[in-house]
Write a protein that binds this ligand. Structure first.
Ligand code: F0G
Length: 361
């Protein structure tokens, strides 16, 4: 079968339809990162770069399925709350499907590239004076009142599509090494992806395609300023506990009330994974490390590598492990963050001699 060509819908045996509203999505690269691998100090490190999807994040895998379902249902308006990437994906897939889209964003906390996408793909954009969790509360109310069809990760069809991240990782890793990765490290916000990967692995084990011992340890990484899942892994889950104040440079995962926690926490626990929080400085450093391998990611994505580095230093991750880090969004999603983390351009005169002089300085 054509592994590169078909992406998400190559796995339609695990999906609710044969095909979807597609751009197409999936079949993202599983990069080798030899310098970073040696520096972190694990046997194998590969980076699954989901930023290479059509709108630049893994959300496309969910939308190709979710928007197909919405079309099938004949709903009038698609809607989501978003820290940015979901809104960009929904706007594009809604446009592709010829449907109206509404997105609710936390005012001032969404990266420029993401708003630009939602805007050009013609979503109606509402900026809410509150954080992502408030936006999600409102859009859930709208959906309950029949005003819109909800396409956040509370929508189970979204997660069906996102299962294919796990399927692709296992298939390609096995092709290259004849084994499955010991661990998959991923950034966690609403914990939809963590739930989706866990569901993919459960289904593989149930169908007899994967040995239970071969299920990778799901390892979640959050920003220190928005780490309710880490707290839940350490102290147990409290339904009523949500972080009202959240802050991080990784705005994509600036979330205090992870709605998929009840599905994701068992995934982390039952695969013998863990969850860890990293600082914004550690995230920036990891973003530079990845960039140094030619892999351009947004801050939230770099959290996976920052988390791996931390867990390796603490000895939670062993030196002989084979690890896949998920990078969830492209560098160009958040150009401001990239400029902050990178070097400034140097102004020079319009003259070769002066340029040479400047270079020699
Ligand atoms: N990384 C990126 C780049 C994201 O955009 C998100 C979530 C995550 C990681 C976390 O994934 O929620 O499945 O745990 N972004 C959502 C959005 C919330 O609205 O774009 P999760």
């Amino acid at each position: 079968d054509d592994f590169e060509g078909r992406g998400v819908w190559r796995y339609n045996a695990a999906l609710p339809f044969e095909e979807g509203v597609s751009l197409p999505e999936g079949a993202t690269p599983l990069h080798e990162v030899p310098r970073l691998e040696a520096d972190v100090g694990v046997e194998t490190l590969r980076v699954k770069h989901e930023g290479m999807n059509p709108t630049g994040s893994f959300k496309d895998r969910g939308m190709t399925v979710g928007v197909r379902v919405a079309k099938e249902l004949g709903v009038g308006r698609l809607a989501c709350a978003s820290t940015g990437n979901t809104s960009a994906a929904l706007a594009a897939y809604g446009a592709r499907g010829g449907m109206e889209t509404l997105v609710l964003l936390p005012a001032g906390k969404v990266a420029a590239g993401k708003i630009a996408q939602a805007s050009l793909h013609d979503a109606r954009i509402l900026e809410v004076d509150g954080n992502f969790d408030s936006c999600l509360d409102i859009v859930q109310d709208l959906a309950a009142r029949g005003e819109a069809y909800l396409l956040n990760s509370l929508n189970p069809f979204r997660l069906e599509g996102q299962k294919t991240i796990g399927l692709e990782i296992l298939e390609e890793f096995h092709e290259d090494y004849g084994t499955y990765p010991d661990r998959i490290v991923l950034p966690v916000g609403n914990a939809g992806n963590t739930s989706a990967l866990y569901k993919a692995f459960r289904e593989l084990v149930q169908s007899g395609a994967l040995d239970a011992d071969d299920v990778p340890k799901l390892t979640g990484v959050q920003a220190e300023g928005a780490a309710p899942m880490v707290e839940a892994i350490e102290n147990g889950w409290d339904e009523t506990r949500r972080w009202d104040e959240v802050e991080t440079r990784a705005t994509a995962i600036r979330i205090g009330n992870p709605v998929n926690a009840p599905k994701a926490l068992p995934g982390i626990r039952e695969t013998n994974g863990t969850a860890v929080a990293v600082s914004d400085e550690e995230i920036t450093e990891a973003q530079r490390d990845l960039a140094g391998e030619g892999v351009g990611v947004e801050p939230a994505s770099a959290a996976s590598v920052a988390g791996l580095r931390k867990l390796r230093a603490e000895g939670v991750v062993d030196v002989d492990e084979q690890v896949v880090c998920l990078t969830t969004g492209h560098l160009l999603k958040d150009p401001d963050a990239a400029f902050e983390a990178g070097d400034d351009p140097e102004p020079v005169p319009n003259d070769t001699e002066a340029v040479l002089e400047h270079l020699a300085e």
